[in-house]
Design a protein around this ligand. Sequence first.
Ligand code: NAD
Ligand code: THR
Length: 373
Amino acid sequence: MPIVKTVSRAVSQLLQSSGCGCGISIVPVRCIGVSPRQVASDASFHSVSFSESDHPRVLITGGLGQLGVGLAKLLRKRFGKNNVILSDIRKPADNVFYSGPFIYADILDYKNLREIVVNNRITWLFHYSALLSAVGEANVPLARAVNITGLHNVLDIAAEHNLRLFVPSTIGAFGPTSPRDPTPDLCIQRPRTIYGVSKVHAELMGEYYHYRYGLDFRCLRYPGIISADSQPGGGTTDYAVQIFHDAIKTGKFQCNLKPDTRLPMMYIDDCLKATLEVMEAPAEALSMRTYNISAMSFTPEELAQEVQKHVPELLVTYNVDEVRQAIADSWPMNFDDRNARRDWGWKHDYDLPELVTTMFSFLGSDSRIAQAN
Ligand SMILES: NC(=O)c1ccc[n+]([C@@H]2O[C@H](COP(=O)([O-])OP(=O)(O)OC[C@H]3O[C@@H](n4cnc5c(N)ncnc54)[C@H](O)[C@@H]3O)[C@@H](O)[C@H]2O)c1
Ligand SMILES: C[C@@H](O)[C@H](N)C(=O)O
């Protein structure tokens, strides 16, 4: 394949001329600053860098989903509004459009993505575009394209332009043969969904690019994320957001998982805090490039009991969705995140009671069932 040949030629040229002390048999590939889609002749063109003291120039892909708008808000507070560009293939709501830079970016369009990175002098990329677990099973070809081909585009552009790259992984990157209670960082990963397979692929490709091309790849495996002001995009853990809306609007909630299905979960503020922290962590602190992060773990029954402390009238019934249940039954019940806590000081703020109180105060406790009826 021509690309492979070009890269290997470039690599051997570099090995001969760089004077970096790399041996041929055991290659410390961090010395090799060649990106996979870039020939050696224009490598120097991309070596233009910015002062270390500058704020990063950030691009978020797939930014109009459950997590991206909150991430943009957090990063804009830290780095300045105009240093953070939100992007997606969907049309943004007015409040999002007017809150800071927004741009159309289809991650399947390699040239367009590269143009955005170049024209905006992007230095950090948060790659949020994905099809989640349940919608992925409903459209495998699209999930494969977005989650795998899209990731390849992002990886190549990040390597080529020397970006720091964050790609989220998930509890869904584990499967029925993984230890489930708790699930450590390093263990068997044989997920049975296209979503999970694509996320294991992302973890491995990101780490490979890190060791092979020196890409500054960072990855967290998120639990199911719970947020008040954004809707989940078609996952297995969506019930844990929907229950709050239904409790307030109708006082009735039909859960699509069995009452005793235990899954790791996290409030969005903790998730976004961890994301910024791992991106800001000094490289020397990171003994790994992919970390589990954990906060709490509960079943639908336990969540319903906590919600009923705020809305005692809430009626919960169960109508199990076989696809989602099978997925949930293959996922971790508890996540072991000791490495994140040790390496870069990860610490969550929200346990189940604080999560539920915060969700209700956000959603407006005075609009609860009593008023809705
Ligand atoms: N929300 C969670 O509970 C959770 C948990 C673990 C991991 N994650 C990961 O975090 C990331 C963000 O999750 P989310 O919940 O915001 O997802 P989401 O499904 O809500 O949003 C994904 C976004 O990707 C966009 N997208 C789809 N195809 C695209 C394309 N071709 N080009 C550009 N954008 C495209 C969609 O328009 C959508 O806005 C994902 O990678 C997801 O796997 C999320
Ligand atoms: C867990 C996570 O990856 C997502 N919320 C899903 O259920 O698919």
